[in-house]
Design a protein around this ligand. Structure first.
Ligand code: V47
Length: 381
């Protein structure tokens, strides 16, 4: 019996013979009524590339400032400059955050934030060095492309030079944020002050050139359309052909709560799973596809491990970009909880560092100890 619906037969043939999918194929995948068949195709690629492995990382997120002058309509994290709720973590505050989790062998610290025009170039060097002073062995994955543009502006130096200097200070890879959707139409409406797709690509290209691997994201589930999403994926694929510097693709599920566009419903689990699957199928040259459990939920992420995802992100600790309320930032799964969820989903958990070096394949996990309680965020206007 043939389980592949007719409209996916051609893509099935291409997937089995390792042929690259076209823009039209991408549109077919978005339109196909049978989500399970799309997921099945993505799972073929996923298992060819990663077998039964599901990667996770013991990580910590630090959002060093919520002040941002970009005013993106989809964002619930930022406050504009001069708002009373704005904060900036000093290098000492960053060290306090790092110390809170010293009892956990965290291998990656993910540090991103808003675009705060008051911060001088030395601030960025200082916070990276501050992390490394307390945890010399941890990998610092820091600054989205938009922040890199701002850092170079603050430094009044070429981007390449600030990348080299921050790499020397301790940055070892770059997260995938700030890409949103590479569409002028969407940008004009939702994030018109932000770097455009050419600038985002240039940051990634420069990073790869100086030896900093990066991730790539796509924010979906707002006003974008399938054509724009497939074009976004093809642009990423083309740059990867050129540089081979991308590690992981992360589709980001839009959370409308407390944003300027909270009239939109936000994506369903069906949409989340399709994005993972289409990403896996279109990005044939990306080694990894991540389901970010904070945004997709852990349950959808477990299913996503069968729809193209091979990575589930990590323990996180605190996350402020999307959260229940302004005050509550604590969002954590312990290593044991993550491993149990991966095993429950039927995959083999493998702990990694930020560059996918294998750190552990253990399934019987003893808890890392008490989960630290974050202190009040310091408020500095
Ligand atoms: O660039 C902002 C997105 C991104 C919302 O590289 C929102 O491993 C959903 O890039 N609903 C930052 N998303 C987060 C990010 C990321 C996350 C996890 C792992 C990695 C990685 C990167 O969050 C922003 C923006 O696209 N975002 N607001 C929102 N309301």
């Amino acid at each position: 019996m043939n389980y592949i619906p007719q409209e996916l037969e051609e893509i099935y043939r291409k997937v089995n013979s390792g042929q690259r999918l076209t823009l039209e194929d991408g549109l077919v995948l978005y339109a196909a009524p049978n989500l399970n068949a799309v997921g099945y195709l993505a799972n073929i690629v996923r298992e060819k590339m990663c077998g039964n492995v599901a990667w996770y990382v013991r990580n910590q997120h630090i959002n060093y400032t919520n002040v941002c002058n970009k005013l993106c309509k989809f964002c619930s994290f930022y406050v504009p400059p001069k708002d009373d709720r704005g904060y900036v973590l000093s290098p000492e505050d960053v060290q306090t955050r790092v110390r809170e989790h010293l009892h956990i062998p965290i291998s990656e610290i993910h540090m991103v934030a808003g675009i705060n025009p008051k911060l001088p170039y030395t601030y960025y060097l200082d916070i990276v060095r501050a992390v490394k002073e307390i945890r010399p062995d941890v990998a610092v994955k820091a600054f989205t492309a938009i922040e890199w543009v701002q850092i170079a502006r603050a430094a009044k130096k070429p981007l390449r030079d600030v990348m080299v200097e921050l790499k020397e200070a301790g940055v070892s890879s770059i997260p995938g944020g700030g890409a949103e959707v590479f569409s002028d139409r969407v940008r004009d409406d939702l994030f018109w002050t932000k770097a455009d797709s050419d600038e985002w690509m240039e940051v990634a290209r420069t990073a790869h050139d100086v030896g900093l691997p990066t991730n790539a994201t796509m924010l979906y589930g707002h006003i974008e359309n399938p054509q724009e999403k497939v074009e976004h994926l093809i642009s990423l694929r083309e740059l990867q052909d050129e540089t081979d510097g991308f590690l992981t693709y992360i589709p980001l599920s839009f959370h409308p709560e407390r944003t300027e566009i909270d009239n939109l419903p936000g994506p369903t689990g069906e949409v989340d799973l399709r994005e993972i699957a289409v990403g896996r199928l279109m990005l044939d040259n990306f080694p990894h596809v991540k389901t970010f459990w904070i945004m997709n939920t852990i349950e959808i992420s477990q299913v996503a491990l069968w729809y193209g995802a091979d990575d589930i992100d990590g323990t996180i600790q605190e996350y402020e970009i999307t959260r229940e309320s302004f005050e509550e930032t604590r969002q954590v799964l312990t290593r044991k909880q993550l491993v149990d969820r991966i095993v429950e989903a039927g995959r083999d958990p493998v702990e990694r560092d930020n560059l996918y070096k294998v750190l552990s394949t253990d399934r019987e996990i003893v808890e890392d100890g008490p989960v630290g309680i974050p202190e009040e965020l310091p408020v500095i206007s």
